[in-house]
Design a protein around this ligand. Structure first.
Ligand SMILES: Nc1ncnc2c1ncn2[C@@H]1O[C@H](COP(=O)(O)OP(=O)(O)OP(=O)(O)O)[C@@H](O)[C@H]1O
Ligand SMILES: [Mg+2]
Length: 246
């Protein structure tokens, strides 16, 4: 196995004004292996989205290094192999679901036949085949999340980065997404996701990382972390780690 994600000493300080700064991420180190599902957890404002955005090259770090699939994150080539679902995606409201996938397929420069086949398959996979001709402005929150997931998978990425992939989904959608992610893992894909749903993370993630105030406070397999910190449940672990960090 080789590391798909290598993060070294990553720090992000947001400058609000000359004197005011906010720490987004502080000396963050992490390696994620090929075929792993890694779950990022942490209270609101702990730095999860900051980390994912730096990995995507959407914002630049103050300090530190990110390597994805052996390439520096500022190498555009690597983006061909990444699928990303943002926390609050913004889509063109007057495109239909089908047209949105078409648009993303063109950005990825997919051949016409591949684009059409994958779009149709993915619309079924995420349960939107019936509404593929409806404009996105009429999609519900969960439907937008589903189309976002389809967009993230369109380029058949080796690495999937998902910022809270199931927040707006109903219980059936949540289960379907979890099953989908486990299926992708079986295909050898690597998945990095952030979530506030402990039960979801517990069910699908091989390893987890708990962040608070921009720092990675614990990382490992859930079972081992429970033993190490002498707690019974994931919730107790989360609360103990975050409360001890004040
Ligand atoms: N563009 C920005 N400018 C200034 N500060 C920011 C910016 N984006 C994030 N921050 C700050 O960085 C910190 C980390 O925010 P981030 O969005 O990464 O947290 P998060 O863990 O994703 O939270 P949530 O669970 O609510 O999504 C917070 O203190 C936040 O206020
Ligand atoms: Mg976030």
């Amino acid at each position: 196995m080789s590391a798909v994600i290598k993060i070294e000493n990553l720090t992000k300080i947001y400058k609000l004004s000359k004197r005011r700064e906010v720490t987004g991420l502080l000396n963050f180190n992490l390696e994620v292996e090929e075929g792993e599902i890694f779950g990022l957890l942490g209270p609101n404002g702990s730095g999860k989205t900051t980390l994912l955005k730096i990995m995507l090259g959407l914002i630049s770090p103050t300090k530190g290094k990110v390597e994805i699939l052996g390439k520096r994150m500022d190498n555009v080539e690597v983006k061909k192999d990444i699928g990303f679902l943002p926390e609050n995606p913004y889509y063109y409201e007057y495109l239909t679901g089908s047209e949105l996938l078409d648009f993303y397929g063109d950005i990825f420069d997919l051949p016409e036949n591949v684009k059409r086949r994958r779009s149709q398959e993915l619309l079924s996979t995420v349960g939107l085949a019936k509404v593929k001709h409806m404009v996105l402005r009429n999609y519900s929150k969960g439907m937008l999340e589903r189309i976002g997931l389809a967009c993230a998978l369109l380029n058949n990425p080796k690495l999937l980065i998902l910022d809270e992939p199931t927040t707006g989904l109903d219980p059936i959608g949540g289960r379907e997404t979890r099953d989908l992610l486990l299926g992708l893992k079986k295909e050898g894909k690597t998945i990095l996701l952030s979530s506030h749903f402990l039960s979801e993370v517990e069910r699908i993630c091989d390893r987890i990382g708990i962040l608070d105030q921009g720092r990675l406070l614990a990382v490992g397999r859930l079972k081992e972390l429970l033993k190490e910190r002498k707690v019974e449940t994931f919730e107790d672990l989360f609360i103990k780690i975050v409360k001890n960090n004040v």
